[in-house]
Design a protein around this ligand. Structure first.
Ligand SMILES: [Fe+2]
Ligand SMILES: [Fe+2]
Length: 153
């Protein structure tokens, strides 16, 4: 892999790292903020996923380092999950479910970009992102189930 390609892969990994950390922040906030009977499972699921998303961030940071990249600090992070902000009403569970699906969808799409960008040239990064993409697809599927149920209530 030449330097230009390596830097491109590092930048893609740094973006994924940023996305994971923003997800962690919003999952923590929503896992505490929501109220009501309908919210119970959503809160528990978000709280459990926090650990998994932190794990993803750590794996990405490790891979950036292995590729001789520098891991961004907090001042360099860019936040953009406008649909995953804790809703003004703490019983607006549906808003959070939709926001989680948006975030997981964005993650799935970004990992697909990395998988394609690293094809043949960086199988280790590709393998890592294939595994993480699978995790995000499971999260998305779980919240699509919550959405189906919430829409029937
Ligand atoms: Fe993740
Ligand atoms: Fe996820």
């Amino acid at each position: 892999m030449d330097d230009a390609k390596r830097n491109e892969v590092i930048a893609l990994l740094a973006k994924a790292y940023n996305m994971e950390l923003e997800t962690v922040l919003n999952f923590i906030a929503n896992s505490e903020w929501l109220d009501g009977i309908r919210a119970k499972h959503i809160k528990d699921s978000l709280a459990a996923d926090v650990q998994e998303e932190i794990g993803h961030a750590q794996l990405l940071a490790k891979r950036i380092k292995v590729l001789d990249g520098r891991i961004p600090g907090s001042m360099e992070l860019v936040m953009s999950q406008n649909t995953l902000q804790p809703p003004s009403e703490s019983v607006d569970v549906l808003d959070v479910i939709k926001g989680v699906i948006d975030a997981e969808e964005a993650a799935v799409n970004h990992y697909q970009v990395i998988i394609e960008a690293t094809d043949v040239i960086d199988p280790v990064t590709q393998d890592l992102c294939i595994t993480i993409k699978g995790d995000e697809e499971e999260h998305r599927r779980e919240f699509k189930g919550f959405l189906q149920e919430a829409l029937k209530m």
